[in-house]
Design a binder for this molecule. Structure first.
Ligand SMILES: *[C@@H]1O[C@H](CO)[C@@H](O)[C@H](O)[C@H]1NC(C)=O
Ligand SMILES: *[C@@H]1O[C@H](CO)[C@@H](O)[C@H](O)[C@H]1NC(C)=O
Ligand SMILES: *[C@@H]1O[C@H](CO)[C@@H](O)[C@H](O)[C@H]1NC(C)=O
Ligand SMILES: *[C@@H]1O[C@H](CO)[C@@H](O)[C@H](O)[C@H]1NC(C)=O
Length: 231
C-alpha cells in the first residue's frame, strides 16, 4: 500500500459524508465551514460546544470527527503550501528545464492559488486531496525506470519534507484515534441496552478499530466509521 492512498481514501469518504450531512444539519456544519472560525481557537471551541449540544450523541461523534479532520487538514495544507513555495523557487525546478517540470510547476501553482482563497471545510478537504494527487506518484519512482526530470522532482519533494508530511498526518491521526475512542465510549455509556443492541455493528467495529496498532491500517479501517452515517 503506498502511503498516499490512505489520504485519498479517507478524504473521498469525508467529501461524501460532509456534504450529505451538511444538508441534514445545515446550521451546525456552517459553524465549522468558515475560515474565521478555523483561525480563532477560542471561538472554534465555543461554537463547537454550542453546536454540539443541539445534536444527538451519535451526530456529536461525527461532528467531533469532522472538527478534528478540519484541524488536521489545516495543518496539512499549511505545510504543503510551505513546501510548494520552496519547490517553486528551487533553481533546479525552473520552467525551462523540461515539460514535465513545467507541468509539475503548473500543478503546484494551482494548488497554491486555491490554497490562498479556499473557503469552507469541503474546499479544505479538496485541497488536501489535490496536493496528495499532485505529489503521490513520485514517491514510488525507482531510479531504474524513471526519467531524470521525474527523479529530480522526487528528490526535491524529499528535500522539502513532502514525505514527512504524510508521516505527520499519520501521527495526528493516531492522536485523534485515542480521543475518538474515548468519545465513542462516552457515547456508548449514554445508551440503553436496547439502543446498544441496535448499534451493535458500530460497537463491534470500534473494538476492531481499537485493536489496530498500525497507522495505515487504522486509517483504512476508519473509513468504515463514515458508512454508519450513510443514508
Ligand atoms: C516554512 O519553510 C521555511 C523554509 O522554506 C521554514 O524555515 C519554516 O519554518 C517553514 N514554516 C513552517 C510553518 O513549517
Ligand atoms: C533556465 O533559465 C535560468 C534563468 O532563469 C538559467 O540560469 C538556466 O541556465 C536555464 N536552464 C536551461 C537548461 O536552459
Ligand atoms: C499534475 O497533476 C495531475 C493530477 O492532478 C497528474 O495526473 C499529473 O501527472 C501531474 N503532473 C505532473 C508533471 O506531476
Ligand atoms: C484526485 O484523484 C482522484 C482519482 O484520480 C479524483 O477522483 C479526484 O477528483 C482528484 N481530486 C482532486 C481535488 O483533483
Amino acid at each position: 500500500m503506498n502511503d498516499k492512498t490512505f489520504v485519498w481514501c479517507i478524504f473521498l469518504a469525508l467529501f461524501s459524508i460532509s456534504s450529505s450531512w451538511a444538508k441534514s444539519v445545515e446550521n451546525d456544519v456552517n459553524k465549522i465551514t468558515t475560515n474565521e472560525v478555523a483561525s480563532s481557537k477560542e471561538s472554534t471551541e465555543n461554537n463547537a460546544a454550542n453546536a454540539e449540544e443541539e445534536l444527538t450523541p451519535k451526530d456529536q461523534l461525527l461532528y467531533f470527527t469532522l472538527v478534528a479532520f478540519r484541524d488536521m487538514s489545516l495543518e496539512y495544507v499549511d505545510l504543503a503550501a510551505n513546501i510548494s513555495e520552496s519547490l517553486l523557487t528551487d533553481e533546479d525546478l525552473q520552467p525551462n528545464q523540461s515539460t514535465t517540470i513545467m507541468e509539475f510547476r503548473k500543478n503546484i501553482t494551482q494548488f497554491l492559488e486555491q490554497y490562498k482563497k479556499y473557503d469552507g471545510i469541503e474546499e479544505l478537504f479538496n485541497l488536501v486531496d489535490f496536493y496528495s494527487n499532485t505529489t503521490s506518484h513520485y514517491f514510488e519512482l525507482t531510479a531504474e525506470t524513471s526519467a531524470a526530470d521525474m527523479l529530480k522532482i522526487k528528490e526535491k519533494l524529499d528535500k522539502y519534507g513532502s514525505d514527512e508530511l504524510d508521516r505527520e498526518f499519520e501521527n495526528l491521526f493516531m492522536k485523534f484515534g485515542e480521543q475518538f475512542c474515548q468519545k465513542f465510549d462516552e457515547y456508548k455509556s449514554k445508551l440503553s441496552a436496547e439502543e446498544l443492541q441496535q448499534e451493535k455493528v458500530m460497537f463491534d467495529w470500534l473494538e476492531e478499530f481499537k485493536s489496530i496498532q498500525n497507522a495505515e491500517e487504522k486509517i483504512f479501517s476508519f473509513e468504515k466509521f463514515f458508512r454508519f452515517y450513510e443514508e
